[in-house]
Every structure is written in C-alpha cells, then in structure tokens.
Design a binder for this molecule. Structure first.
Ligand SMILES: Cc1cc2nc3c(=O)[nH]c(=O)nc-3n(C[C@H](O)[C@H](O)[C@H](O)COP(=O)(O)OP(=O)(O)OC[C@H]3O[C@@H](n4cnc5c(N)ncnc54)[C@H](O)[C@@H]3O)c2cc1C
Length: 358
C-alpha cells in the first residue's frame, strides 16, 4: 500500500477549510496551520452571497455555477453547514444592462426571472423602495461563512486532519527547487506538499520561495444589526446597497458588492449605511446597529482566482481569490484531485499563476 500523502494547508478560512476537508476525505494526511482561529480573516467579514451573477465571462460563470452545485453536495456530506438557497433579487444596474445580463446568462442556463414592482413586493414584502424592474434568481444563496468554515474543519479533524490555530507560517522550506515543508512559530513541519490558502497573507508566504502573487486587498465595510424579527426572505442586491438577514437574524448590508468603502471615518460610513438600510425596510423601527466589520478581500489583480502549482517550485499549490465563499466547494474538490492525482479540472484552466508571466 502506498503511504498517504502529507499535505500542509496554510489558512483556516473558507478556502483552507474546504481544501483541507477534500484532501482529508480523499485520504491525505493533512495539517492545517493558521495564524487566526478556525474561521479565517476575510471569511468572517464576508457578505457570503453565493452566485454566478453579472459581470463575468463565460468560463468564470461555468466555474461559479459548478461551485454552486458543489455547495449542495458539500452540505449533504458535512454536518452543520448552514447553507440556504434563499434567492437573490437584483437591480443594481440600469435596466438595459440588467436586460443584457439576463439575456446572456439565461442563454448560459442561469435561472433568471424578470420581475416588476408587484413581483418584487411578493418576493420581499418589507421593502419600502421597490424597483420597477429587477431580476430574481431563486438558485442564489448563502452559506454563513464562519459556521460553514468551522463545520468543514471540525469534520476534517474528525476524519484525522490536524488543526494548528494561532500558529504562523514564517517561510516555506525549500531544497533543490522543491518545497518540503514550512517553518512556523511552533517550529518546522515537513510535508510532501504545501497549500497556500492564506488569503491576504499569501503573497508574503509565497515570496519566501520566490513566488510572486499579484494580489490586492480592497477593503469592504459591512454593518450588522442586532438580531431582529424576520424582515427579509433572501438576498437583496439593490442599486444603493446590498443586504440580507443572517441565520441569527442580523440584517447586514454593504454598498458595493457586499461591502462599502470605509472612507476616512469608518464609524460615520457605518452609521450612514445603517440608516439607509433601515429606511429601506418596513417594520424596522426597533432595528439597532450592533457593529460594523471591515474586511480585506484577497483579490488577484485581474479579478480572477489563482489556483494551481507555481512553475519552477515543486511541492507548493496556491489557492487565493475573491468570491471565496462561492468558489470554496469546487476549488476544494479540484485542488484535492490535482494535488493527489495530478488531474487538473479543465474549469481551472484560465486560473494558473503562469498567466501573469506570459
Ligand atoms: C466585505 C467582503 C464581502 C465579500 N462578499 C463576498 C460575497 O458576497 N461572495 C463571495 O463569494 N465572496 C465574498 N467575499 C470574498 C470572500 O469572503 C473571500 O474570498 C474568502 O473569505 C477568502 O477566504 P480565504 O480562506 O482565502 O481567506 P481568509 O478568510 O482571509 O483566511 C486566510 C487564512 O490564512 C491564515 N494566514 C495568513 N497568513 C498566514 C501565515 N503566514 N501563517 C499561517 N496562517 C496564515 C489566516 O490566519 C487565515 O486563517 C467578500 C469579502 C469581503 C471582505
């Protein structure tokens, strides 16, 4: 019998958790190392909208829609993943652009329904401002990000993975162009392969093996109300803000792709955003702002994921991206297959690191 492959996964956000879970399930000996606790850094500050919505070329749409299907599979396999296909009502573009998006994505198989003002009111009866025209996608949803990440890590541990939180990876260990482990704040750990799923911390770690990751970290502010009675049925992607109600009953909102620019005075931005959100909801008189978060999205400079091995450095696999909540199940599945069997899923073809050097 061949020995199980030993893999270190750096990062305990949604991406590290999904890769670690899929590797463990496929029989690898996995150690997860994270400076944070189980749950990650960007992940707890995410809006967590699972979608294949407008603005993406067809190959990226195909990866996203595949990942939406993989969420359902994962939630059936892992106990305690809070996944909800609650639907998304979208009107954050002018009508001609919404029409173009609907025509294109419907042709690709996305389940888009055109709705008028009365239709929008039926979907979200507590909105005070209703759009004359919106698009509704019943198959969009949410996985509460921290709970989903912790459920994946707990199940990976149950299957034999080792989880080291509060441990920082300081450098990749390299010999003859091959990575053979990591130096950490708790000493050296050796392995057959190291996965860098360290979000915004990925470029610094990759640089220790001479790998350059072109990643930006744009901030996004989200306001969170105290838990409240149910006012929203699903995701609301409006022209001025995006909002949803969490599994605990908090209404959360951001103004730009699920986050707002914090500006010079983040507390003032949060108060203004919360006031705008409250004004959009009927029955929200008692709604109170509890806190706001500012998350930094780990975003490759061309906006698309980086997934795969770096050329010239064996034994290291990179998985860094925005839309990590949407993409985590497919990326975890495909990364585990590539790391263990060498099979690269064609859906990953556009997302190698080599695209930045060609
Ligand atoms: C405001 C906002 C809104 C968003 N909205 C959406 C959305 O609606 N839909 C969607 O799909 N995505 C959304 N995203 C993006 C999504 O949240 C991220 O892509 C995803 O959370 C990234 O997960 P991750 O595991 O890669 O990173 P993180 O959650 O940041 O985890 C990184 C992990 O790496 C660890 N780490 C870093 N460096 C080291 C080191 N040197 N040693 C050890 N550990 C290390 C950290 O401690 C942490 O555990 C949003 C993000 C933000 C901020």
């Amino acid at each position: 019998m061949t020995e199980a492959k030993e893999v270190i996964v750096t990062g305990a956000g949604i991406m590290g958790a999904s890769i670690a879970w899929h590797l463990t399930k496929a029989g690898a000996k996995v150690t997860v190392i994270a400076g944070s606790g189980a749950g990650g850094v960007a992940t707890p500050n995410s809006f967590a909208w699972i979608n294949a919505s407008w603005g993406n070329p067809e190959p990226y749409f195909r990866l996203r829609i595949r990942s939406m299907a993989e969420w359902t599979r994962l939630a059936n396999e892992v106990p305690g993943i809070p996944l909800q296909w609650c639907g998304g009502l979208c009107w954050d573009l002018p009508r001609p652009e919404l029409e173009a998006y609907a025509a294109e994505h419907s042709a690709w198989g996305y389940g888009i329904e055109r709705v008028d003002r009365a239709g929008a009111a039926r979907i979200e009866p507590n909105l005070t401002e209703l759009p004359d025209f919106a698009l509704y996608v019943a198959e969009e949803g949410v996985a509460e990000p921290v709970a989903a990440t912790q459920a994946l890590l707990a199940d990976a541990e149950r299957r034999g993975a080792r989880l080291l939180t509060g441990v920082t990876a300081t450098a990749l260990v390299r010999a003859n162009g091959q990575v053979s482990g990591v130096d950490t704040s708790a000493g050296r750990i050796v392995a057959d392969e190291v996965v860098i799923a360290a979000g915004a911390g990925s470029p610094a770690l990759a640089a220790t093996a001479g790998i350059e990751l072109p990643i930006g970290t744009p901030p996004g502010l989200i306001v969170h109300s105290r838990p409240y009675q149910k006012l929203l049925n699903g995701l609301m992607i409006g022209d001025r803000l995006h909002m949803r109600q969490t599994a605990e009953g908090r209404i959360i909102a951001g103004s730009d792709f699920g986050g707002a620019d914090p500006g010079m005075d983040a507390a003032a931005t949060a108060r203004d955003l919360f006031a705008a959100m409250k004004a959009m909801l009927r029955g929200a008189d008692g709604l109170e702002l509890d806190f706001h978060t500012i998350g930094y999205r780990p975003t490759p400079v061309d906006g698309f994921p980086i997934i795969g091995r770096a050329e010239g450095a064996g034994g290291v696999y990179v998985a860094v991206m925005h839309s990590g909540i949407t993409l985590a199940p497919a990326v975890g599945l495909f990364a585990a297959r590539e790391i263990l069997d060498g099979d690269r899923d064609p859906l990953l073809d556009p997302y190698g690191l080599a695209r930045f050097t060609q």
